[in-house]
Design a protein around this ligand. Structure first.
Ligand SMILES: *[C@@H]1O[C@H](CO)[C@@H](O)[C@H](O)[C@H]1NC(C)=O
Length: 473
């Protein structure tokens, strides 16, 4: 028992190394080198240079967006007369959010008072011919008020209790706020990559206030100007201001931060992109496209009665979307990238092995050479060992036994290593023929040579060793 453990502990200190078979085959050799070149190219070119595989990346971006619009326009409508629109009027909500809406067109229904009036004929549930179709107390589905129980013959609709008169205006076919095209949007965007404790603002510190008042963003000429013309932004989405302003629409305003933090901070700059989110290019159907909503402004008249102006506004909805990622050198992703590259080399070995051993005309020879059937040899060896013991080596020490074994294994080494292997054209002979012809002509090993010292494995392939085995039988 102790001896077994001793053997085991000693064997732990052995170093096992692999034996290689060098196949002098140019086709597979070239293929393997090409594969290696490919892997190295992939690793250096794609993984390291292009994908920056040596960097640790951060995709979480913390950001804050503040917007400010400037510009005024006058409108003149028959219902409400001359009206001035400033940013506080046309930007909804007015607090300078990431998402905002600019009024470009509207229908106003002025001076609505609470009272009784006929429902609009546009509402199907409000249509009637007789009073009993207008049940008192029921609200009109998708309508403006509560039915009173009367049908008004002039309009063919129910009388309702509502803000009267109900809305009846037509949407203007031209945007009322035509100058909205020249309104400006000032976008301030603070970002932070928490992992790298890196923060930046899209307004460069070098920009002075005079420039900020005058500049307009332009991809080529003013890429760092944070002020955008509404008309330009819409044009960059591939639509025209007229398309969107009359019926309304939605614009995605992208800010992309791709920062390589191994470079200087000044290299980390935002890129802007613009898309129309309610893509209405193929649907000219006016019922689907567009963006509008209603709001009211309330007043009290001299008598103290409340009245309101109802606005149905059409306009452009902006959504500022901030994205980004940052990378910085780190040892762990570098090691992982290199490791995965090396693992790919292993795949090349596998493929080339498959080609060499199974897909070539000489594959059977390579297979015979590379693979060794062990069972028969082991029995031979055991016999050899027994034989040695019978000759008086009755040592119990495991180490000595191993030395003996090594001694027997080393023997064929000399006979194999002195074989010339410069005869690749020779037709391969099976081992049986090698047994017969014990001469200098019997060495068909031309295309295979060995590097390591483990002669046991060579025994199967070397004719010399096959000749040797019968000696023990
Ligand atoms: C917007 O400004 C440009 C240049 O200042 C001007 O030519 C254009 O007429 C303006 N557009 C509108 C709708 O006022």
């Amino acid at each position: 028992m102790a001896q077994t453990w001793g053997n085991f502990l000693f064997s732990l200190l052995d170093y096992k190394t692999e034996k290689f078979v060098i196949a002098k085959n140019k086709k597979v050799g070239v293929l393997f080198r090409l594969f290696q070149l490919g892997v190295i190219g992939y690793l250096i070119g794609w993984v390291f240079l292009w994908k920056k595989g040596y960097q640790e990346t951060e995709e979480v971006i913390q950001s804050s967006v503040i917007t400010k619009l400037k510009g005024v326009d006058f409108t003149n409508s028959s219902q409400s007369g001359l009206q001035l629109w400033g940013a506080e009027d046309y930007v909804i909500p007015p607090q300078g959010d990431r998402v905002f809406f600019i009024v470009t067109n509207y229908v106003v229904t002025p001076n609505q008072k609470l009272g009784y009036c006929p429902e609009s004929p546009k509402v199907p549930d409000g249509l009637c011919t007789y009073d009993n179709e207008c049940v008192e107390g029921e609200s009109v589905i998708a309508g403006h008020g509560v039915k009173t129980g009367r049908c008004i013959n002039d309009t063919g609709t129910c009388e309702i209790h509502a803000w009267c008169p109900v809305e009846h205006g037509q949407t203007p076919s031209e945007p009322m706020l035509a100058k909205a095209e020249n309104f400006t949007i000032y976008v301030k965007n603070f970002i932070k990559f928490p992992k790298f404790a890196f923060s930046k603002l899209n307004v460069l510190p070098t920009i002075n206030s005079t420039y900020l008042k005058m500049c307009r963003y332009d991809k080529d000429h003013h890429p760092y100007c944070p002020i955008f013309l509404v008309g330009d932004v819409i044009n960059w989405t591939g639509y025209s201001f007229q398309d969107l302003a009359t019926k309304g629409g939605s614009i995605g305003f992208g800010i992309e931060w791709n920062c390589d933090l191994d470079k200087d901070e000044s290299q980390c700059n935002p890129e802007y992109s613009f898309t129309r989110l309610d893509s209405a290019k193929n649907s000219q159907n006016s019922a689907i496209s567009g963006y509008n909503f209603r709001f009211a402004r309330y007043y009290n008249d001299a008598a103290g009665q409340t009245y309101r102006n109802l606005f149905k506004v059409y306009g452009i909805h902006f959504d500022i979307l901030v994205n980004g990622k940052a990378g910085r050198f780190s040892i762990i992703p570098t090691v992982i990238s290199i490791g995965s590259g090396l693992a790919l080399m292993g795949a090349g070995v596998f493929v080339c092995d498959m080609i060499l051993l199974y897909m070539m005309s000489k594959s059977s020879f390579y297979r015979e050479t590379k693979f060794e059937a062990v069972t028969k040899k082991q029995s031979g060896k055991q016999r050899e060992r027994k034989h040695l013991r019978h000759h008086g080596h009755h040592r119990q020490d495991g180490r000595h036994k191993r030395e003996e074994k090594q001694g027997t294994e080393m023997q064929p080494l000399t006979s194999v290593s002195c074989q010339p292997n410069n005869n690749p054209e020779t037709q391969i002979q099976p081992t049986s023929s090698a047994l017969k012809t014990h001469s200098s002509e019997r060495r068909p090993q031309g295309t295979v040579s060995f590097r390591t010292q483990h002669a046991t494995e060579k025994q199967t392939i070397s004719p010399v060793s096959t000749l040797r085995t019968p000696r023990n039988q």
